[in-house]
Every structure is written in structure tokens, then in C-alpha cells.
Design a protein around this ligand. Structure first.
Ligand code: G
Ligand code: G
Ligand code: MN
Ligand code: NA
Length: 256
């Protein structure tokens, strides 16, 4: 179990890192964005996955400090891209718990101003949106984010709380993207029921859909045929260290 002490010490000793997973326009193969995924450096030099770490951080009440670090680091990366004229958006995961903490919206406003982040280029991926609170609370919180220049994506769509009634409940809220959970994508294109479910979701939503966990060319081609153009997954790349991602960025021509 990761204890409070380890997480706080990890922050102090700069043991955390954001890995970046490319998001690809599957029609052209071009890079259109990235998702930042938290990792913690282990004594042997490898990086741990965040699920247990984040669950622990929430339980012992240090998710705020960890989340603020991730947002600061993401803005630092975005500011660097902007200086080099690279207009890529960067997605950062945020828990409903963290979003609800008083001070989070203020912190975001301060970050975007200090790093001069272009509105819309920092995207928060929200899971368990139901935990934000009631409709009025969600409306005021998401409205404040929009005003601050932060875009919002609905993460893990299709699982848990992120179900179909969301499309109705959130239709008037400033949410710009829907990330189709990889458990859906993994059943394409062979599972007839899932084929119809995903096709229906693509048809009824006005939100831009990002397909997660695209692993095969058959999945990519099926998604493209339904008008789902943005994909993320091992078919393209897994999460890359910042150094590897930036090395790769440098090889792309300016128009890409
Ligand atoms: O690669 P992967 O194992 O990184 O991610 C596992 C899960 O951890 C993802 O579903 C993602 O939502 C979550 N996650 C990754 N990075 C962060 C982060 O910085 N903050 C929060 N709250 N969740 C994260
Ligand atoms: O935020 P979210 O729950 O979507 O976290 C993304 C997670 O999915 C990360 O743990 C990442 O490492 C993982 N991931 C990214 N691409 C793929 C993929 O193509 N297949 C599988 N199985 N996992 C993936
Ligand atoms: Mn995510
Ligand atoms: Na997800």
C-alpha cells in the first residue's frame, strides 16, 4: 500500500511523471492531441501504473496535492508546445473528488493565466461525473471551467456512471468530447450487439467521439466507417515518456 508519506515524498523528490499517449486522426494518421497518464518512478527505475496509487491517494486524502502536480506539469508541457507553435491539446484525467474540492477551479484559472495557455487546449477527462453532485452543481462547476478556458471530456463512456442517460442529462452542459471506453472498442467489429450499440451512440451524440483502446486495423476501419475519426490505442502508440513523445514530435513536419 502506498502511504501518504511515500506520495508526499515522491512529490518532493520529483518521482512522478506524466506519460503521453497520442490521439490520432485515424483517416490521415496525423497527431491531433495527447492524454497525460500519471506514473511514479520506482527505485529500480521502472514506472508504476497509477490505478492503485490514485485509489490510495484518494483514500488518504492526498489526491489534491497529486492532482495539482499533474495539472501544473501538464500546463508546463502545453506552454512549451505553444512557444514552439505546436497547437496540440493535452488531456489530463481528474477525479470528481478532486474537481469538487474548493479551490480547484481557482487553481486552474491561475495556472492557465500564469502559463498563458490558449483556451481549449487543456482538456480535463472526467470519470464518474455523477459524483460531481446534482444537476445544478454540475452546471455551475462546468460553466466555471468553460469560463476559465478549460475544455471537458467525458471519460470511460459506456461504463459505470457514464451511461446513456448522460447524453441527455449533460446535453446542455459545456462538454466537448466523449471518450468511448476501450471495453466497447475491444468487442468491435465482431460482436454484433456491440456493433449496433456503438453505431447508435455515434449517431445520437453531438459530441466529438474519441475511441479508446484501438488495437487493430479492423477496429480502426470500422470506427472510421461510422464517422468516429479520433482514436487512441496500441495500434498507434501506448503512453510514451515525455522525452520520447517530444522526440517523436520533433520528427513531424510543421504542417502535422
Ligand atoms: O495507463 P493507465 O494505467 O495509466 O491509466 C489508468 C487509469 O488511471 C486511467 O483510467 C486514468 O483515468 C487514471 N489516471 C491516469 N493519470 C491520472 C491522473 O493524473 N489523475 C487521475 N485522477 N487519474 C489518472
Ligand atoms: O483514462 P483511461 O481510463 O482511459 O486510461 C487509459 C488507460 O488505457 C491507460 O492505462 C493506458 O495505458 C491504457 N491503454 C491505452 N491504450 C490502450 C490499448 O490500446 N489497449 C489497452 N488494453 N489499454 C490501453
Ligand atoms: Mn482518460
Ligand atoms: Na478511459
Amino acid at each position: 500500500l502506498t502511504q501518504e508519506h511515500d506520495i508526499l515524498q515522491g512529490l518532493e523528490q520529483e518521482q512522478f511523471a506524466l506519460f503521453l499517449q497520442p490521439q490520432i486522426d485515424m483517416a490521415s494518421g496525423k497527431l491531433v492531441g495527447a492524454e497525460a497518464l500519471l506514473r511514479m518512478r520506482q527505485p529500480d527505475g521502472s514506472y508504476s501504473l497509477p490505478e492503485e496509487l490514485i485509489a490510495n491517494a484518494e483514500e488518504i486524502g492526498v489526491i489534491g496535492a497529486l492532482g495539482r502536480w499533474a495539472l501544473e506539469e501538464a500546463c508546463r508541457v502545453l506552454a512549451g508546445w505553444q512557444k514552439r507553435g505546436i497547437p496540440l491539446p493535452l488531456n489530463v484525467n481528474i477525479s470528481a473528488l478532486q474537481l469538487r474540492e474548493s479551490g480547484t477551479v481557482w487553481h486552474l484559472q491561475e495556472l492557465l493565466e500564469r502559463h498563458r495557455i490558449r483556451p481549449g487546449s487543456l482538456v480535463l477527462e472526467l470519470t464518474e461525473t455523477a459524483q460531481i453532485g446534482d444537476a445544478a452543481q454540475a452546471k455551475s462547476l462546468l460553466g466555471a471551467l468553460q469560463e476559465a478556458g478549460v475544455a471537458v471530456a467525458l471519460d470511460d463512456f459506456g461504463t459505470g456512471y457514464a451511461n446513456l442517460s448522460y447524453l441527455h442529462q449533460f446535453r446542455s452542459l459545456p462538454i466537448s468530447k466523449l471518450k468511448m471506453d476501450r471495453s466497447f472498442v475491444s468487442m468491435l467489429p465482431d460482436d454484433d450487439t456491440m456493433v449496433r450499440i456503438v453505431a447508435a451512440i455515434a449517431e445520437i451524440t453531438d459530441l466529438g467521439v474519441i475511441a479508446e483502446g484501438v488495437e487493430t486495423e479492423a477496429q480502426r476501419d470500422w470506427l472510421l466507417a461510422r464517422g468516429i475519426t479520433i482514436g487512441q490505442g496500441y495500434l498507434f502508440d501506448g503512453p510514451l515518456s515525455l522525452a520520447d513523445f517530444e522526440k517523436w514530435l520533433a520528427t513531424l513536419s510543421p504542417s502535422e
